[in-house]
Structure formats: C-alpha cells, structure tokens
Design a protein around this ligand. Structure first.
Ligand code: MN
Length: 496
C-alpha cells in the first residue's frame, strides 16, 4: 500500500504543451501573468516554453525566470546543444530534455539507431549538468518505446546525473493497466523520481496519470483546463482532485485557487472550458433537477460529493424543464416574491413549459411568469426609446441611448471596444443611480448563418442579489440592450 505522506510534484506545462493547443499563442506579458498565477497556485515546476521557438518565446521565458517565483522554471529542449544554449540564455533553472525513444521516432524521425540516440542523449545530459542545470529527461513517445530500452535509458541517464525521468504518452494511446505496468517496472530501476506526461486522445489522460502515480510516479505533468496538443494533456484540476479525494495523495496545489486559475487561463488563452468539464466547468456545481435541488437544500452532500468551495466555485441552481417546486420556491424567495403552494405549482408548470421549448429560464423570466400568474402589473422603471450604435473600420465604436427612467427622459452616449460594449456603456451611463455590475455576458447563436437569431444572457449583481436576464433577436446590439433593460428593471423593483 502506498504511503499517504508521499511527496508529489506538479509540473505544469500550460505554457508549453498547453500553448501548442491549436489557436493558442501567448505574448510575453500573458505568459508572465499565467506563470505568476501558477506559482501562487502552488505548482512546483513551470515549463515556461520552448526557447528554440522564437524571439518572443525567449522573451516570455526570460521574464518568467527573472520574476523570482518559488517554482522551478524549465524550458523544453531537444537533445541539441543549440536548444540548450538558448534555454540557458533565458536563465531557466532546469531543462525539460526531450529525447524521442521509440523505434518509430528514432528510425523515421531522426534516421538513427538506438545506440546513437542513447549516446546523443547522454551527451546532452552531460552538457546540461556541466552548466549546472537541473535535468528532467523526457522520453518522447515513451509509451511506444521498448520497455527494456526505457530501462537502459533510465539506468544510464541516472549514472549521468539526471534529476528526473519522465515517460511521455505523446500520442495518448495508453490505458491505465499498461501505464501502471510501465511505471511499476521502472520504479525499481533507480532512485531517480519518475514523471508521467499523458495526452487525452482516448479520454484517459487523468486515469493514466493516476495509474502511473499508483505505481511509483512522483511528478505529474498537467495543464490547466487540459489544454495541449490535439485532445490535450492531463488536466491539473482533475489530477489534483482525484489524487486527493480518491487516494489521499496531496500535492502543494491550493485547491481553492483551481477555479480562479481555470478562469484566468480560459480568458487569456481564449479556449472556452466546456460547461460539463469536471471540476471547473460551469455546470460542475449547477443543479436543475427538482429531486436534486430538494435534496441539496436539505443536505448538500446528498448530490454534491465535492464541495464547490473546495475548488473555489459556488453552487448554483437553474430553472428548466426538470425543475421542482422547491427550486421555484427558492428562486421566488430570492426575488422576494411570496406565493402559496397552489401558485408555486402553476408557476412551476409555466417554467417547465418554457423549458420544453428549449429556453433557458432567467430570474427575470421567472418574475414575469410569477407576476402574470398573480395577476399583478409589472412596474418598469426603465424604458428604451431610442438606440443608435455605430461601428466601422474608421470609427471608435459609439452608441447613444434615449431612455425614460421613472418617466424622466435621459439621453446618454458612450464609446466601447465594439458596438455592443458601447451600447451597454451608454445604458450604464444612463442608469448611474441604480447600483449594479455586469458580472457575466454570454451570446448563443440559435441557428447558423449571418441572419441567425442570437440569444444574449446576462448576469447582474446588485448588492447581494444576482439577477439573470436575456434578450433575443437578429440584432446582437438590441438583444444585448434588451437583456440589460430587463435585468435593470428587475433590480430597480427591488430597491427601496
Ligand atoms: Mn506533450
């Protein structure tokens, strides 16, 4: 049985393998911002990039290395002196030295034989050690490398003074059993810490990483949100939480920062996290089904094995066709709308009806439904009279609005990064007396094509209250303004 006190190291490669995600390219300041967040999160080793890549990449790595972070800063490098020299110029602490070890790579990619590859690898290690660098020897395509050759490499590289030995499942073809067998064999060979680097081509990156750890690996290579080449790398949030909750194996990662760091990486890299993504997806702690909501309100553990606060998230409830009376009652309570049991049933049926039509039910929708069931008039403090938004290639996006607030006409204008931003800023300027902030803005295109209807969903926060609203139409600016006005009216009704 494994000791639960084992020291696990987390090597984060969001800035190297993660940046190899198609469509991701980071500037030096962006890399530095992510590196600082990773350091603050508790990552042990940050693979900051690959120095050979470009001038900008070297600038980014150098910035990170000179920041004085607690984490060890590494650069990826091939078994080529030129690569190592460039990495050293960036002042890194260590080299993630990648040697392609499968016969497929040795013969077809490098045109070499095993002995020659071994010799070049050992020479590169010696070169790094001569320059005082920490060396993590990574066997590229290690999962398809003959196990005897892997053992031979580990043994000779250990004698050459490497600090860590990593096996990469570069093409993501492993299974947990096979990974376990490889690590169990290698863990007896030398005292050098073993690292595991998995890809998610079969959706097994996390499972394979865990199997490696259970068979002796002490360094896990991960990326935030599972970014990385093709299907991505093992996601840090999954590996860290599964090790902790599943096996009692702890890392130095401060788990409550996993959520915020995921958000930061999503924003900077521009790769959206799928809503159903484990641990950090928007739906990971969101409940809709009536039975679940009822259970959670009685005792959260009934349907939440992982506490959202543990990973820096909050629980949320949404209304839709699976809604139950308890969720409707709770949502109405948050809007200070009091109703009897019979009315709740009627409101709930109308929510289900909207859900059946495929619509997301926002808190302002719920209010409209409740008021109509109760036969009450809705007061609207804010009305839109006129909206003009202009944008183009030679103009700063500008918008002006004429609105009525409690019967008084107000005209305001604003500029923005685009017409939507300008229009929302103009609305914001016209409603300065109403305290709120826009905390979320999201657009869905309901059909394809440029004539598509879009649905804009927003979340406003006013004091401690969260209001959700939506607007739809073919005009994205108008749909956004409609959503804002619906949300602001809902807030205004609740101010004294
Ligand atoms: Mn990789």
């Amino acid at each position: 049985m494994l000791s639960e006190k084992r020291e696990m190291l987390v090597l984060d490669t969001t800035l190297r393998d993660g940046e190899q995600t198609p469509g991701v390219s980071l500037t030096p300041p962006e890399k530095l911002e992510i590196a600082k967040a990773l350091d603050d999160l508790g990552v042990d080793i940050i693979e900051a990039g690959s120095a050979i890549t470009s001038e900008g990449e070297r600038e980014g790595i150098k910035c990170i290395a000179s920041e004085g972070l607690r984490a060890e800063i590494a650069s990826y490098s091939r078994i080529i002196q030129g690569d190592i020299n460039l990495a050293m110029k960036c002042d890194v602490d260590s080299i993630f030295l990648v040697s392609p070890t499968s016969d497929l790579h040795i013969r077809y990619k490098l045109g070499m034989e095993r002995d020659e590859l071994l010799e070049k690898t050992l020479e590169s290690i010696q070169y790094c050690k001569d320059h005082g660098l920490v060396v993590d020897l990574c066997c590229e395509d290690g999962s398809r490398t003959d196990i005897d050759f892997l053992e031979k490499l580990l043994l000779s590289a250990s004698e050459q003074g490497i600090d860590r030995f990593t096996v990469a499942d570069t093409v993501g073809i492993m299974t947990p059993e096979k990974t376990g067998a490889v690590f169990s064999k290698l863990s007896g060979v030398s005292g050098i810490p073993l690292g595991v680097h998995c890809h998610d081509d079969l959706g097994l990156a996390t499972a394979n990483t865990l199997a490696a750890v259970l068979n002796g690996a002490e360094v896990v290579n991960v990326t935030v949100n599972g970014l990385g080449e093709r299907a991505g790398n093992a996601p840090m949030e999954e590996v860290v939480m599964a090790l902790s909750l599943g096996y009692g194996i702890e890392t130095r990662i401060q788990k409550e920062k996993l959520g915020p760091v995921s958000d930061l990486v999503e924003k900077i890299c521009g790769i959206p996290v799928p809503p159903n993504k484990a641990i950090v997806g928007e739906n990971a702690f969101t409940h809709e089904a009536g039975i679940h909501v009822d259970g959670i309100l009685k005792k959260p553990e009934t349907y939440e094995a992982i506490k959202p606060e543990l990973v820096g998230r909050r629980r949320s409830f949404v209304l839709g066709k699976h809604v139950g009376l308890k969720s409707v009652e709770k949502a109405l309570g948050e809007l200070d709308i009091k109703v009897n049991d019979e009315t709740i049933r009627e409101i709930s049926n109308k929510v289900k009806y909207m859900g059946d039509k495929g619509k997301k039910v926002t808190s302002t929708d719920l209010e409209v439904i409740a008021r109509s069931v109760l036969g009450e008039d809705m007061e609207h403090a804010l009305y839109l009279d006129e909206l003009v938004a202009v944008a183009g290639n030679k103009i700063t996006p500008t918008a002006s609005v004429k609105v009525k607030i409690n019967g008084n006409e107000v005209v305001e204008s604003a500029v923005g990064t685009g017409p939507v931003d300008a229009a929302i800023n103009a609305i914001r300027n016209a409603t300065r007396d109403i305290p709120f902030e826009l905390v979320e803005y999201h657009v869905d295109s309901i059909s394809g094509g440029t004539e598509a209807v879009v649905q804009v969903s927003i979340k406003l926060k006013s004091r401690d209250r969260i209001i959700t609203a939506s607007g739809a139409g073919a005009d994205i600016v108008l749909a956004s303004v409609d959503a804002m006005i619906a949300g602001i009216n809902s807030i205004a009704r609740r101010l004294d």
